[in-house]
Design a protein around this ligand. Structure first.
Ligand code: ACO
Length: 438
């Protein structure tokens, strides 16, 4: 496995606070990205650093994913996202992310067999779905049932997992996730569950279990399967994003793998993160309902007195283009053309995209369509219900979460995550008894 060439260079950073200077080591990654190591800062000077949203703070070193937001580069373990999306299966990519190398044929067979061995829901889990209130959002259901796996596999919740047990957590979650995510849909509609199949790909198995098969067919439509394969690969990892950081933070307390992943699901659900794919379609439908006049919405997105944002636009890291969007846009056009789909909502999406890309506000702030803009559109074109979009994101992201969880637990840097703060509340004051407070 290629290890990152992480080195403390001879260069040192220097920080001077209150007249006191401290030399700080500079850390250089394998792609020459650099960090000033401030881990001794508080101990030596009493100062901490402040970085709301952590946009300038590295929380760990990682050998999983490299991305360069300025140049629009995304690579998993050194392999470009373009090549992986073109040629790999999702299971190969998951193996690559988790174990560091593309699998040999034997390794892939063994991994796939282990996933197949775990693809059935454990006895009793269906009852948890049945106990959930009608109309619960599928992301809430997914988080609850994922967390509940801690109870179905108690031996895997030990805080000091052996290497074998950690692998068992990984294949259990990876194996069960297509059935679990499909059940989120079937149960939300009051439909009976469909049994998993061992002869289908990871994505085709999900599609079959969630939505059934087209009449007279033994497998889902190939256009759909290929688009879905790409979607899962594009969503598989994105280094220290909100949900992955959440999995790492929760896992750093040595909470078990099921609990850590359930926390990632909750973080992903938010509309500023993975929930944006659902929010994009809801926004487009809202614009359509109000007559299709999107200039009012563009104006609202630019208005600092409004909390409205153009969903599916902007990214914390990508400031030129999101390489995933490029791939997905091509796939999206292919799907629309092959399926002969004419949908006014999708036409509106294209018009809105063109208008925003030509608008000074969006250009000046480098706000481009992100992966969720096009994934929302492609999932709609595939006929997938809007509420399931973020669940599908989670299905793809699971491999990335597990890769980071494993990397963190095995790292010599491992430490519970516990940030500092600057307190801005009241200074000490005496307690006032209730009677005296009026
Ligand atoms: N619509 C309108 N204005 C926006 C948008 C948007 N979608 N995104 C950012 N801006 C503006 C901000 O108001 C800010 O303007 P200002 O400099 O005049 O104050 C500027 O652009 C910078 O925005 P920040 O909020 O500082 O950017 P940040 O990196 O914190 O947020 C985020 C990134 C959350 C993705 C943001 O762009 C957003 O809310 N986008 C819409 C939601 C979305 O699509 N999320 C999916 C992201 S991809 C993913 O998670 C898989």
């Amino acid at each position: 496995m290629v290890q990152p060439t992480l080195e403390e260079t001879k260069e040192m950073g220097k920080i001077t606070v209150n007249g006191q200077s401290l030399d700080l080591p500079v850390i250089t990654g394998s792609e020459n990205e650099q960090a000033v190591d401030i881990s001794k800062l508080r101990g030596k000077t009493g100062f901490i650093t402040m970085d709301p949203g952590l946009g300038n703070s590295g929380s760990c070193t990682s050998a999983i994913t490299f991305l360069d937001g300025e140049r629009g580069i995304l690579r998993y373990r050194g392999y470009s996202i373009e090549q992986l999306a073109e040629s790999a299966t999702y299971t190969e990519v998951a193996y690559l992310l988790i174990y560091g190398e593309l699998p040999s044929k034997t390794q892939l067979d063994t991994f796939s067999k282990k996933l197949s061995a775990h693809q059935e829901l454990p006895a009793g889990l269906e009852k948890i779905f049945d106990a959930l209130p009608a109309g619960i959002h599928p992301m809430a259901a997914l988080s609850i049932v994922t967390e509940s796996l801690s109870g179905f596999y108690p031996k895997l919740t030990n805080p000091a997992l052996s290497k074998e047990e950690m692998d068992e957590v990984i294949v259990t979650l990876m194996g069960i996730f297509p059935a679990l995510t499909a059940a989120c849909y079937r149960k939300s509609k009051g439909l009976p569950l469909i049994a998993p199949r061992k002869d289908l790909s990871y994505g085709a198995n999900y599609l079959t279990m969630a939505f059934g098969l087209p009449a007279g067919k033994n497998a889902p439509d190939e256009v759909m399967v290929q688009a879905f394969r790409q979607l899962l690969i594009l969503h598989a990892d994105h280094e220290q994003n909100c949900s992955t950081s959440t999995v790492r933070v929760v896992g750093s307390s040595r909470a078990n793998g099921f609990a850590s992943v359930a926390s990632g699901i909750n973080a992903l659900w938010g509309p500023l993160h993975g929930g944006a794919n659902q929010a994009v379609i809801e926004m487009l439908e809202q614009i359509q309902k109000s007559g299709g006049e999107f200039s009012k919405y563009l104006a609202m997105a630019k208005d600092k007195n409004s909390t409205f944002r153009l969903m599916g636009f902007g990214h914390r890291v990508y400031k030129n283009f999101d390489p995933r969007s490029r791939i997905i846009k091509v796939a999206c056009d292919k799907v629309l053309a092959k399926m002969g789909i004419k949908d006014p909502t999708l036409d509106l999406a294209k018009q809105l995209e063109a208008a925003a890309l030509a608008d000074d506000y969006f250009v000046a702030r480098k706000l481009y369509p992100n992966v969720d803009f096009y994934s929302g559109i492609i999932l709609r074109a595939l006929g997938i219900p809007t509420e399931q979009f973020t669940v599908i994101f989670a299905l793809g992201r699971l491999s990335g979460w597990l890769a980071h969880w494993k990397e963190m637990l095995e790292s010599p840097e491992f430490r519970i995550v516990r940030p500092r703060q600057i307190y801005t509340g009241s200074t000490e004051r005496p307690f006032v008894p209730l009677a005296a407070r009026g």
